[in-house]
Design a binder for this molecule. Structure first.
Ligand code: ZN
Length: 246
């Protein structure tokens, strides 16, 4: 059986070697998802842990086009998901985010206050719960269709793609939990926490989208791509009238 795949440093692809400071990496990663159509209409958010004692998290700012974020379009949170009030400029002053590449976004620092998504609380909860260092929330069509089709959760097995979730391709049933949506983020965080499957680094929220987490943004990207692929397979298979081999 697989073991929990989401803890710090447990993923072979945890060092993405991007060389970018965290704000720029979040912006670049968001643009990648936006190009896939997975962050439409300013939806979704990404977060990454930038400090552990105390916990500090950077999350993408709310209400902005996720295809056009800059390194400054982030908000720093504490471990409870509460904004610390520090800006990317402040991060640079402490050495956490100081690179010349920040200047492109840095020129906009101070143009307007960035607000974290209300869902930042859920990011912080997942980081605390799972030990992940990066969390991605995406509103993909397949994840919403899969949550509709499998409201009690989706069990997948015997797929090569499950390896991307740190699980075996054969004989290792992987349960992908589904929770009902809520506009109350405390309620939603409780639901996701209660449904959390320690060996599955993802959860679906009905009529909303997916949350995926891992050791860094690159690891999470690959997991999100796998979850999307598996959701699409499950939904398309459920639409078939033939019986597929199990
Ligand atoms: Zn959302």
């Amino acid at each position: 059986m697989a073991t929990a795949p989401a803890a710090h440093g447990d993923d072979s692809s945890s060092d993405d070697g991007s060389g970018l400071e965290p704000g720029a990496e979040l912006a670049e990663e968001a643009a990648r998802y936006a190009r896939l159509g997975w962050m439409r209409a300013t939806s979704g958010n990404l977060s990454v842990v930038v400090g552990t004692d105390p916990v500090r998290i950077l999350v993408t700012a709310s209400g902005l086009d996720k295809g056009a974020l800059t390194a400054a379009d982030v908000v720093e949170l504490d471990g409870a998901g509460v904004p610390t009030g520090r800006t990317p400029t402040g991060l640079a002053a402490t050495g956490l985010a100081a690179t010349p590449s920040a200047s492109a976004g840095g020129s906009r620092t101070g143009d307007r206050p960035r607000q974290p998504s209300a869902e930042a609380v859920l990011h912080a909860r997942l980081i605390g719960l799972t030990g992940a260092a990066a969390v991605v929330h995406l509103r993909t069509v397949a994840s919403v269709l899969a949550a509709d089709r499998f409201p009690d959760g989706l069990t997948l097995r015997d797929h090569e793609m499950l390896k991307a979730l740190g699980r075996a391709a054969e004989g290792d049933p992987v349960r992908l939990p589904v929770v009902t949506n809520s506009q109350d983020m405390a309620v939603l965080a409780e639901r996701v926490s209660a449904a959390w499957e320690p060996a599955t680094p993802a959860a679906l929220i009905a009529r909303h989208g997916m949350y995926v987490w891992g050791a860094d943004l690159l690891a999470v990207r690959h997991r999100a791509e796998a979850v999307e692929w598996l959701c699409e397979w499950a939904v398309r298979t459920a639409e078939q009238t033939v019986s597929w081999p199990r």
